[in-house]
Design a protein around this ligand. Structure first.
Ligand SMILES: O=C([O-])CC(=O)C(=O)O
Ligand SMILES: [Mg+2]
Length: 588
């Protein structure tokens, strides 16, 4: 006599089936067979859509929304419902989607996060993890509550300086979520390996403290030793939970913490600060490419910065490295850089209060000069770079002067979002009589002058951090030295075509960003193995093949073992207490 015993290994239960329908994964793309096997036949409309047709439906809906914020809410809802479809939609329409899921709309979304945030229905990156100062001593336990185990990259903010919008506390969650969605959309990093985190230490934003919708801790920011201990605990907990190689990207911290934390952690963890290093690399790339238009060698340029914070210091330091690579001495390179902060030109022996140490390196031996206009007039720079979130800082006078001083002035208005840009693309082109090489941090539409279409470049760190992250994750880089960002900048600059340059563009088109990021990752993979920075072994011989083979694929996977053979051999399904329970059947 044959004897069967049932080993209790439930595979699909009724609960899971309802989950499948509520979180429809493929949704209407489920085939008839799949619907029958999953017990959801009849619960979806009869017409079956291919993923491509679903993209069409999504885009029809997307265009029905008139405001960008509504488009953001719609498209982020899709990320929660159907991750693969979201990434297919975004990657196929990057130029259209980036201003929604990223700057500028993400800035608006953060300001309205109290309205937008709903209870998570699934644990996609669209929600992120909130860890507060009250969780001190339990940070590891909170990390364990995130259901994905194979995390390779974290983007973390404490919300103190969200874009150029200031302290948004926990409302800043939109930024790590947005940045990580670009890890996948721009560089093919697998979304289940990404974790957005807000470290909520309070907020000093009085409006938020009184906002009934505010989602964060209603208290003033904690600072000093307690803040530092909290950050230390977070860093230790992250690598304890996910491994020493976990990439931790710092985003939108206040100046006073950003530099300090980078210096403190860069030798101990796999970490970088995007606002210092990512922005530096993308700007350096734009400047390196602009040299091919202006014809002035890098070290013969004179740079005036509006701002002396994270971005300015990061950009200036990387430009110095690049000039040294060109053969200039450090002193000569540094002397090419002039910085203006809220108190005027940064000069040695600045009266009253002096200057912080990271600014000191770029202090000029000059008498004080009060305004940016005066500095531009005095220095006659070849390039001006705005990174202080002071809209209108590039005045009519400054832009006109730049046009007078240079055949091809370089004007980078990099503050984000668009409302914080130092000038508009139109102002830059008009006041320099169409001569300038212009880039902004957030997108501007093309401008037509004398029948000629002038397209502004977008000098946003989105060209850099996804590719850097991909290489770091795949190659198992343990620490991220500055050279990685210089190499990334050179790789990006090298991808600007003659045709781009002829059109005054110093960045490749945004629609190509996926290929651009992949190429950056391939170039970096070659560099990190050669420099002994990689820990993924054996070393892949063909780096390009290695990187490309690891990229996230947006095609639906069939999660049933064999659609035409269900239950599969050795599995038997029965109804028990209203549940479908499938078990392995073993024969003895
Ligand atoms: O998010 C962006 O668009 C660029 C960035 O990091 C910032 O402005 O803080
Ligand atoms: Mg940022």
């Amino acid at each position: 006599m044959r004897l069967y015993i049932f080993v209790l290994t439930p595979i699909v239960s009724m609960k899971r089936i309802w989950e499948l329908l509520r979180e429809p994964l493929a949704g209407r793309a489920f085939t008839v067979k799949e619907r029958q096997m999953l017990g959801i036949h009849g619960l979806l409309p009869p017409s079956i859509l291919s993923q491509g047709e679903q993209v069409f439906v999504v885009m029809q809906n997307f265009f029905r929304y008139e405001s960008d914020l509504d488009r953001y809410i719609y498209i982020m809802g899709l990320l929660e419902r159907n991750e693969k479809l979201f990434y297919r939609v975004v990657t196929e329409n990057l130029e259209l989607m980036m201003p929604i899921i990223y700057t500028p709309t993400v800035g608006l979304a953060c300001q309205k996060y109290g309205l937008i945030f709903r209870k998570p229905r699934s644990f996609s990156i669209s929600r992120g993890l909130f860890i507060t100062i009250n969780d001190m001593d339990h940070v590891y336990d909170i990390l364990c509550n995130w259901p994905e185990h194979d995390i390779k990259a974290i983007v973390v903010t404490d919300g103190e300086r969200i874009l150029g919008l200031g302290d948004l506390g926990s409302y800043g969650m939109g930024i790590p979520v947005g940045k990580l969605s670009l890890y996948t959309a721009c560089a093919g990093v697998k979304p289940n390996q990404c974790l957005p985190i807000v470290l909520d230490v309070g907020t000093n934003n009085e409006t938020l403290l009184k906002d009934p919708l505010y989602i964060g801790l209603r208290q003033k920011r904690v600072s000093g030793e307690v803040y530092d201990a909290f950050l230390d605990e977070f860093m230790r907990a992250a690598v304890k939970r996910y491994g020493q190689n976990t990439l931790i990207q710092f985003e939108d911290f206040g100046n006073h913490n950003a530099f300090r934390l980078l210096e403190k952690y860069r030798g101990l963890y796999c970490t970088f600060n995007d606002d210092i290093q990512g922005t530096a690399a993308v700007t350096a790339a734009g400047i390196i490419a602009s040299v091919k238009i202006t014809g002035t060698p890098l070290s013969q340029n004179t740079f005036v910065f509006q701002g002396a914070g994270e971005a300015a210091i990061g950009i200036a330091s990387l430009l110095v490295l690049a000039m040294i690579e060109e053969g200039t001495s450090t002193e000569q390179a540094v002397s090419r850089i002039w910085m203006v902060d809220s108190r005027g030109l940064i000069v040695k022996d600045r009266p009253k209060g002096g200057i912080t140490s990271h600014k000191a390196r770029f202090a000029q031996p000059h008498v004080p000069v009060d305004t940016l206009e005066e500095v531009v007039h005095l220095v006659k720079p070849t390039a001006i770079i705005g990174v202080a979130a002071v809209p209108g800082a590039f005045t009519e006078q400054i832009l006109t002067d730049m046009g007078k001083f240079n055949d091809r002035p370089v004007i980078f208005a990099l503050s984000n979002p668009t409302s914080k840009a130092e000038c508009t693309a139109e102002q830059a082109y008009t006041l320099t009589k169409g001569k300038c090489v212009f880039a902004s941090g957030s997108p501007f539409k093309p401008v037509t002058m004398n029948g000629q279409k002038l397209t502004p470049g977008q000098g946003n760190n989105a060209y850099i951090f996804p590719g850097v992250a991909l290489a770091v994750i795949l190659c198992g880089v343990r620490h991220i030295p500055e050279e990685i960002f210089l190499k990334a900048a050179e790789s990006l600059a090298g991808q600007v075509t003659k045709e781009n340059l002829a059109n005054g563009l110093v960045y490749p088109p945004l629609n190509d960003i996926r290929e651009v990021s992949t190429k950056i990752a391939i170039d970096l993979a070659k560099f990190v193995y050669q420099a002994g920075l990689a820990s993924t072994y054996p070393e892949p011989q063909d780096k390009e093949e290695f990187v490309r083979s690891q990229l996230y694929n947006t095609d639906y996977e069939s999660f049933l073992p064999d659609l035409y053979d269900w239950p599969p051999p050795g599995i038997q399904c029965t109804y028990e207490d209203g549940n479908v329970v499938c078990r392995k059947v073993s024969r003895i």
